[in-house]
Design a protein around this ligand. Sequence first.
Ligand code: BDR
Ligand code: CA
Length: 309
Amino acid sequence: PTPIIIDCDPGHDDAIAILLALAHPEQLDLRGITTVGGNQILDKITDNALKVLSFVNADIPVAKGAEGPLFGKLVTGAEAHGESGMDGPLLPASKFRPVQQGAVEFMLDIIRSSEEKITLVPMAPLTNIALLITAYPEIKERIEQISLMGGGIAYGNVTSTAEFNIYVDPEAARIVFESGIPITMSGLDVTNRAAIYDEEIAQLKERGPVSNMVGELLDFYSIYGKKMGYSGSALHDPCAVAWLLHPELFQSRELYVTVETEGKLTRGMTVADQRTNPAAPANVKVLVDVDREAFLRLIFDALAKLDGE
Ligand code: BDR
Ligand code: CA
C-alpha cells in the first residue's frame, strides 16, 4: 500500500476523506494525520479528527500543527462547518489523544524513517506543509507526491477568484506549488462536480452507523451549500483521496500553476498558465472532471465496509 499522511481541518468533507482512506488499507497505509487551523480553530478541528477516528476505532496518530496562517490572522470556515467545525451528528467523546509532537516534526519523522517515499494528502490551508519543506528542504526528495484539495483554475468560493484552503494561507500555498514536488490538485473545477444530492444523502441514512453518521454530517453541510445556490453538496476533500485510489475516474490537465499572494481581487487565486505556449513547464496535474456516479459508489462502498457490511 501507498504510505500517506493526511493534513486536514475536519470539516465535514475532511471527515469523509479520512473515512475513505481508512476503508482501503490494502491500497493506502495511513501513517498519520496532522491538523491545521482552517474550517475552525485548531483545538476544535483536532478534536473532530480524533472523534471521527474513535467512531470507527482507528488508532491513527494525530499531530497538531499550525494554529493559523504564516502571516496574518486565521479566517475560519465556520459559516459552512458550524461552531464546532463539524456540526451535525452528536459524536461520542474521543477515546484518543493527539501525540506530543507537533505536526512538522511528526511528518518529518515519518518521512525520514520510511523506506518508501511518502505521499502527502493536504485538504486544508497549506501552512503545515509549507513549514515542513521550508525548514527541511532536503525532505522534498522523500515526498513521492502531493494530492491536495485546494484552488481552482476557473473560479473561487471565498472570493470570485480564491478557494478557501488557498485563501486562508496564500503564502504557504505558493511555497508548496513552487516546491518542485509533483502535485495533483483537486480544485473546485472537479470538486464541485463531485456532488451528492439530497436523495443520495437520504440513502446513506438507511444504512449502518458510519454511513448514517456521514448522512447526518451531509444534512448539516448541505444547508450552507443550498444557501450558496448549489443544489448538491460538493465532496471536496474526498477527491484528493479518491484520485489516489482510482485515478481513472478523473479527467486532468497538466498545467503550470502558482498562487497569487498580492492582488486586491485575486489574493489566494491559483493562477494557471493555459496558453498553448506557457511561460514555464507544467508543475501540477489539475483535475477537471470526475465520473460522479462511480465516485459516489466508491464513497458508499467505503462507508459500507466500515459499517462491517
Ligand atoms: C475546502 O474548504 C473547506 O471548507 C473544506 O473542508 C475543503 O477543504 C473547500 O473549499
Ligand atoms: Ca478541509
